[in-house]
Design a protein around this ligand. Structure first.
Ligand code: NAD
Length: 470
């Protein structure tokens, strides 16, 4: 599947229910995606269950080698995968976008493949002997969102496979083709039944996946309201859960930060993937003494970053993936404008245009309790809040129910670390925001979810700990 046409041909359904897929930048029809039902899901779970014992019985080194061959296959199809992702999701090929995302899929496949989880000796002394084994859970169900559809699916799939589980994945409705294509490429290498995909509605197929007694664990990435429904659904079977839910990350710029030096990193922390990123900077608190300078420097960077159709090589910001998200951003910015906040940049979308383009928007002098600050905008509109007392900034950063990421910006590392220690979040970055690494555990505090992905902790999360004692 080394060309775009061969990739699309391989994943175009020949029968069954389908839906047309349109490019969110141009409105152009790009393909048809399968829409399956609960009966198809049950058949997929049965296939995964049947394949699991043989997959788990492979020597660990062989599963690792197979996953490296999966990474090779993704690399061999990287360009057509990136093109499809760009057309369906809207994100540009260049910048931290489609090619970057496919590259991330390779990295997040190779790292778990190279990370063993050997038996741990817990106690070995006169008091006794005990060791910890990490057993497969069986069939893992994965449910992924539309913002980083390929990479997040990989985060859910690969550690589960590494630990000897098989997988059934349900992709988001609006980015189905990207995940169907990724799975097709991976299944060039994987044995039959090990990785299965069932595209379909969240409220039927997704819901049934979370209620199935044959599923050992659900890996879910998406919104907090759906995460809460999944917690309820998991109760009947005590199904294990990793929940990567919504965020509304705060960044605090301390008075000693250098506005010019931090402007570009602040920009990408907030606007990566055109703001449609779970752990993007979504509320920026800046000390009064450097507020105007930070706003000016950020505006200079933001105004120079090209937004447009993803396949145009010069663009690094794209459209919102779907109209519903465009409307969320539009409504929040309008409410901020109506509240008297100052529009520094953008805020004036062309609502009649075909593409879902919302312009890069900076909103200054906004009330800390305005809706655009309190709600997750998940788009290219950043509220910048003025503060005069660091304690107040910390209190405002911590006052929401979510706590995925956060950041502190300062020229004094010790000062930044002292503030970081007070923030309620799964990750706090110093002088950057949102960078991820396949060996560094990632996940949310508070209502941003529970459980961690990546690294050794991520492998343990898709295994059943089993103590052998005596
Ligand atoms: P969403 O919750 O609407 O959908 C996510 C997935 O859940 C989709 O596949 C959907 O079909 C499925 N789903 C919907 N209802 C379901 C149900 N009742 N049972 C089972 N599955 C169901 O989220 P979204 O709009 O696709 O993604 C945006 C949200 O995801 C944002 O809040 C963002 O912050 C969050 N997110 C979090 C992370 C993280 O790592 N914490 C990463 C990316 C996105």
């Amino acid at each position: 599947m080394e060309t775009y046409d061969s990739l699309l041909a391989a994943i175009t359904p020949s029968s069954g229910e389908t839906r047309e897929v349109f490019d969110p930048a141009t409105g152009e029809l790009i393909g048809t995606a399968p829409v399956q039902d609960v009966a198809a899901l049950e058949a997929a779970i049965d296939r995964a269950e049947a394949a699991q014992p043989a997959w788990a019985a492979l020597p660990d080194a062989e599963r690792s080698a197979i996953l490296h061959r999966v990474a090779d296959a993704i690399e061999a199809s990287a360009e057509p995968l990136a093109e499809l992702l760009s057309r369906e999701q809207g994100k540009p090929l260049n910048g931290p976008n489609a090619r970057f995302e496919v590259g991330g899929c390779v990295a997040w496949t190779r790292t778990p493949a190279d990370t063993p989880l050997p038996v741990e000796v817990l106690v070995d002394d006169e008091s006794g002997y005990a060791e910890m084994h990490y057993r497969p859970l069986g069939v893992v169900g994965a449910i992924s969102p539309w913002n980083w559809p390929m990479m997040i699916s990989i985060w859910q799939i690969v550690p589960a496979l590494r630990m000897g589980n098989t997988v059934v994945i349900k992709p988001a409705e609006t980015t189905t083709l990207s995940v169907v294509a990724l799975v097709a490429v991976m299944n060039q290498v994987l044995p039959e039944g090990v990785l299965n995909i069932v595209p379909g509605p969240g409220r039927t197929v997704g819901d049934a996946l979370t209620r199935s007694p044959k599923i050992g664990k659900i890996m879910f990435t998406g919104s907090t309201p759906v995460g809460k429904r999944i917690i309820e659904a998991s109760a009947a079977n005590v199904t294990r859960l990793t929940l990567e839910l919504g965020g509304n990350d705060a960044g605090i710029v301390l008075p000693d930060a250098d506005p010019k030096a931090i402007a570009e990193d602040l920009f990408w922390g907030a606007f990566i993937n055109t703001g449609q990123t779970c752990a993007a900077l979504k509320r920026l608190y800046v000390h009064d003494s450097i507020y105007d300078a930070v706003v000016d420097e950020l505006a200079k960077v933001a105004a120079a970053v090209p937004m447009g159709v993803g396949l145009d090589e010069q663009n690094v910001l794209g459209p919102l993936q779907n109209r519903a998200q465009f409307d969320v951003v539009d409504q929040l910015v309008e409410s901020a404008k109506a509240s008297g906040a100052r529009v520094v940049l953008g805020g004036d979308p062309d609502r009649e245009a075909v593409g879902n383009f919302y312009p890069t928007t900076l909103i200054a002098d906004i009330d800390p309790h305005q809706e655009l600050v309190l709600e997750e905008q998940f788009g290219p509109a950043l509220p910048i809040i003025r503060y005069s007392d660091v304690d107040e900034a910390v209190r405002l950063a911590n006052e929401l129910e979510v706590g995925l990421g956060s950041s502190v910006w300062s020229s004094d590392r010790q000062r930044a670390l002292a503030v970081a220690a007070r923030l309620q979040a799964g990750t706090t970055w110093i002088n950057s925001h949102g960078g991820l690494h396949p060996m560094i555990p990632f996940g949310g505090a508070k209502q941003s979810g529970y459980g961690r992905e990546f690294g050794v902790e991520g492998l343990k999360a898709v295994a059943e700990p089993h103590v052998i004692s005596g």
